[in-house]
Design a protein around this ligand. Structure first.
Ligand SMILES: O=C(O)CCC(=O)C(=O)O
Length: 251
């Protein structure tokens, strides 16, 4: 098993993401790429996705998971269970505006009830296309933005939060959080584009703001694994984003 170094762990904590190169053999990445291209996606361009039932996990996905799980176990020693597999497809596009969001509080974006807000803890992107340069639909992340998201949850009082997180707010709910004065997506942090090659993986904290970058090159499939789950304690979980994570470095 490859051990994550203390520096990698520190980096993950500070930046909220960690790129690991050449984790999947080329042949495995090739098969997964074909699999990702063959599924039927839902949604509209530029963003389409397919959420796979865990019971349907393929042989190749199982092999990939066996290579990735030991790293997830080092980041999330208390709960690194696989909770979801998502195929993400990004066709050629050149969006004027990037849509930054966080997944870990995913039900927040859907405008769900307060008690349902906590989401998964750790995401893992499996790179299946050549992302060695920008403008290929690379993931764009805001390093350190997860701390701002946590601060946002800490500084928002429960009543204000309940009002905005009603089940029927839908898109308005998203806009509330993005546009509100407190703005949980930290505009001041510049996004950086992750460059990587097929077989590389990157982990990201569930509360790290990210967006899909423009793609002027070729269709770009990817697979995302979701690990861990915040306990259903509503805001409390989102205000304590390291609960259950490795504890070498104090927050
Ligand atoms: O396709 C990607 O790289 C990004 C996916 C994404 O933004 C998401 O799953 O929330």
């Amino acid at each position: 098993m490859r051990e994550l170094s203390a520096e990698q762990l520190r980096n993950f904590r500070a930046r909220g993401f960690l790129l690991l190169e050449r984790i999947l053999p080329q042949e495995l990445a090739d098969v997964l790429r074909l699999e990702a291209l063959s599924v039927t996606y839902e949604g509209s361009t530029p963003w389409r996705e397919f959420n796979q039932c865990l019971a349907d996990i393929s042989h190749e996905q199982r092999l990939a998971l066996a290579l990735i799980q030991p790293f997830a176990d080092q980041l999330l020693p208390q709960d690194s269970r696989l909770r979801g597999v998502q195929f993400a497809y990004n066709g050629i596009n050149n969006p004027d505006e990037l849509y930054f969001h966080v997944d870990g509080a995913g039900s927040l974006a859907a405008g769900s009830r307060l008690t349902e807000l906590p989401g998964y803890m750790l995401g893992c992107g499996i790179v299946l296309a050549d992302l060695s340069q920008e403008f290929r639909g690379n993931l764009i992340v805001k390093p350190g933005g997860h701390f701002h998201v946590q601060d946002f949850f800490r500084s928002t009082d429960d009543a204000e939060f309940s009002r905005a997180a009603q089940p029927d707010t839908g898109d308005a709910g998203i806009r509330y959080w993005v546009d509100s004065e407190k703005g949980y997506i930290p505009g001041l942090i510049p996004g950086i584009s992750i460059t990587a090659s097929p077989g590389d993986i990157y982990f990201f904290h569930g509360m790290l703001p990210h967006a899909i970058g423009p793609n002027t090159y070729a269709d770009r499939p990817a697979i995302y694994l979701r690990f861990g789950m915040y306990s259903p304690t509503g805001l409390d979980a989102l205000r304590n984003m390291w609960r259950g994570w490795y504890s070498e470095v104090p927050s």
